[in-house]
Design a protein around this ligand. Structure first.
Ligand code: 5GP
Length: 164
């Protein structure tokens, strides 16, 4: 519906490529890409290939539990990257969207003590985000449907298959 911003798989290909060009043109050469699971994994994988960066790390952060349903604050879930793995590195943090910005702020602050430089790349940024990302593909204030989370899961956690 018109209230939603819809990212298709095909458009995601364009978006991630253009995001990579923006990073490269800025002269930033990340040593590693830190993806914020789960949505950031797709972005990080695409940027990793496009920027020829093989060193990818993952942080698990839980904040949203549904459309506009969120916890009081984002929480890091284990395993958390070892500071030694980030030490002195130029880091590119990759995520799907900066909405309130709370997730990226948590990750940025976590990195700040250890790394040489940390910058953020997102497909979308919302106007009220407290973190202003260095690399943004599109700005929107609408709820976004991402291709990886638009359909419901095919199984429930008790392993019952819903979809065949
Ligand atoms: P933030 O911490 O910036 O408020 O939100 C970060 C996370 O919330 C995103 O990485 C994403 O998983 C989820 N999120 C926030 N806004 C949206 C949205 O418009 N659509 C979807 N599908 N997820 C969102």
């Amino acid at each position: 519906d018109a209230e939603r911003e819809v990212l298709t798989w095909e458009l995601f290909g364009t978006a991630s490529r253009e995001l990579a060009v923006a990073v490269a043109e800025s002269g930033y050469r990340p040593d590693l890409i830190l993806s914020i699971a789960r949505g950031g994994l797709f972005v990080a994988g695409a940027l990793g290939y496009a920027l020829d960066v093989k060193n990818l790390h993952v942080m698990n952060v839980e904040f949203y539990t549904g459309v506009d349903q969120r916890l009081d604050m984002p929480v890091m879930l284990p395993p958390v990257p070892a500071p030694v793995d980030l030490s002195g590195a130029r880091v590119l943090v990759a995520d799907d969207v900066a909405d309130t910005g709370a997730t990226l702020k948590l990750v940025r602050d976590f990195c700040a003590d250890h790394v040489a430089d940390v910058r953020c790349a997102v497909v979308y940024e919302k106007p009220h985000s407290t973190v202003k990302c260095e690399y943004v593909w599109r700005h929107t204030d609408r709820w976004i449907n991402f291709p990886w989370s638009t359909l419901p899961p095919v199984v429930q956690r008790d392993d019952q298959v819903l979809d065949a």
